[in-house]
Write a protein that binds this ligand. Structure first.
Ligand code: IMP
Length: 462
């Protein structure tokens, strides 16, 4: 493939020229056009549904971290769409979807995603952009993920085995990294050969049973992927900087959840990117000054997949009931999710970390079938009550949840369309979440469909 074999799609070529005054200053400085949707728990908070729902208010939807470890499910009428890399805005015609430098891209998975959207009647063409700066997941990353997760010593992290951690590790290490744009450069073959040699030594050294990597086969395979992906690849950073200066409205779609943030989550049982609100600017290249609203998404209860402490986990019949009612099985891996009560200590921490304006509380219908519900309002750590989320997992492991118990509302809420029409028990629950987290619940979801969503306060559709 030739140097820059991809089409360079500029802001002007998509939206037309930016308006500037005679000194070259763009006109729209007073508009702050960015909104973020961030998970406040351990991922799987149904962010994809919310992004899809809000998309019609925006011109551009942006994915800025994570990769094929994410699984965003969006239900529209009788169709279910499963997205891994592509922003959920792809389901709304006329919206531009941008995958930025902070995302790690697995080409075969992305191409499957594009094909399965096409098979469902969704066109993926000029409405998708992939950053040439995004790093690429190669077969050696997946091989390393399998070996390294088993080698953590203690409890396994339980990664999604999508090569995410090893790819980010190579990004930071630089010597063995390949970015999407590199796949179109003349030295692509020699770089793969060089890296495959080093990876073969590494994988043998750490006891991988996998067969030796065949550099020539990988080059051939990835060159074919590159040919199909070339039309989407561009410099998304300039595109987005032009877009915000021109006053275009951007929606940033977080993947995973804040408690899985590499720096601020339950390390080492986290993912390898900044999955909380702090990751938006780093991953996308859009400065924080262009973001004026952050919506924190949480389930009305808690779930977690993979290893690591989970203070409110319910390893009992109630946990199983929540799993069954909420269909709590991973979109990406199919693994059963661990389920537990809403943890207000954890969510207050992540709400502050991500700087949220309001909460979107999802899956309220699932709790509707329980005779009583509990909220964790504090932890007891070594005999002392605390409302601070600890920085070390060993301390978190020793935390005993302090619960408040509320009567359940035991009524079908799936057809309720206004928050004020929810049963009184459900409204009390929302009020208590608001008080404990310190931010208002302004969106409530009572089922997977777009229609099963209620808005209040600043989020009221107008
Ligand atoms: P990795 O991101 O595959 O490295 O996995 C690291 C941890 O994050 C594991 O506990 C995974 O189960 C978890 N994880 C990664 N992606 C997601 C997600 O999209 N939803 C929920 N958990 C995730």
């Amino acid at each position: 493939m030739s140097l820059n074999g991809w089409a360079d799609r500029t802001y002007d070529s998509v939206f037309g020229p930016i308006r500037r005054n005679r000194l070259g200053v763009s006109r729209w400085r007073s508009i702050v056009p960015g909104t973020c949707v961030i998970g406040l728990q351990w991922g799987d908070e149904a962010k994809g549904k919310l992004v899809d729902l809000l998309t019609s208010r925006f011109e551009i939807v942006v994915r800025y971290q994570g990769g094929a470890n994410a699984g965003h499910t969006v239900v529209v009428g009788d169709k279910t769409y499963k997205l891994h890399h592509i922003p959920s805005g792809i389901l709304t015609p006329g919206v531009m979807n941008v995958v930025t430098p902070g995302v790690v891209i697995n080409p075969p998975t992305l191409l499957k995603e594009i094909d399965s959207l096409a098979a469902q009647g969704i066109d993926v063409g000029s409405n998708l952009m992939l950053s040439d700066r995004a790093h690429v997941v190669f077969p050696w990353h997946i091989a390393e993920d399998k070996v390294m997760d088993q080698a953590t010593g203690g409890e396994s992290i339980g990664t999604t085995l999508r090569g995410i951690g090893p790819c980010y590790r190579d990004k930071v290490g630089r010597a063995h990294a390949i970015r999407l744009g590199d796949m179109f450069r003349p030295d692509f073959r020699t770089r793969v050969e060089h890296i495959a040699r080093a990876k073969n030594r590494l994988l043998t050294g750490i006891g991988s049973q996998s067969e030796a990597l065949d550099a020539a086969a990988i080059v051939a395979e990835y060159t074919a992927y590159g040919e199909r992906l070339a039309r989407y690849v561009t410099d998304t950073t300039h595109f987005l900087l032009d877009a915000v200066e021109a006053g275009k409205r951007l929606l940033f779609e977080g993947a995973q959840g804040s408690l899985l943030d590499i720096d601020h989550g339950t390390f080492p049982y986290v993912t390898s990117s900044n999955a909380s609100g702090v990751g938006v600017s780093g991953g996308s290249g859009v400065p924080g000054r262009w973001i004026n609203k952050v919506i924190g998404v949480a389930k009305a209860y808690s779930t977690r997949v993979g290893g690591g402490p989970f203070p409110t986990e319910l390893d009992n019949d109630i946990g199983q009931k929540i799993r069954d009612l909420g269909r709590e099985y991973g979109t990406t891996t199919g693994r059963p999710r661990r389920c537990g009560w809403f943890d207000a200590v954890a969510v207050r921490y992540t709400a502050r970390l991500s700087g949220i304006d309001c909460i979107s509380l999802m899956m309220m219908d699932v709790l509707s079938q329980l005779s009583e519900v509990r909220i964790c309002v504090a932890y007891e750590l070594d005999g002392r009550r605390t409302d601070r989320f600890p920085s070390h997992v060993d301390d978190l492991r020793r935390c005993q949840p302090v619960y408040e118990t509320m009567p359940g509302w035991q009524a079908d809420v799936t057809k309720v369309r206004r928050i004020e029409d929810l049963p009184v028990g459900a409204r009390r629950y929302l009020d208590r979440v608001t008080q404990l987290v310190g931010k208002p619940v302004e969106i409530v979801s009572v089922g997977p469909d777009r229609a099963q969503t209620m808005f209040a306060g600043s989020m009221q559709q107008g």
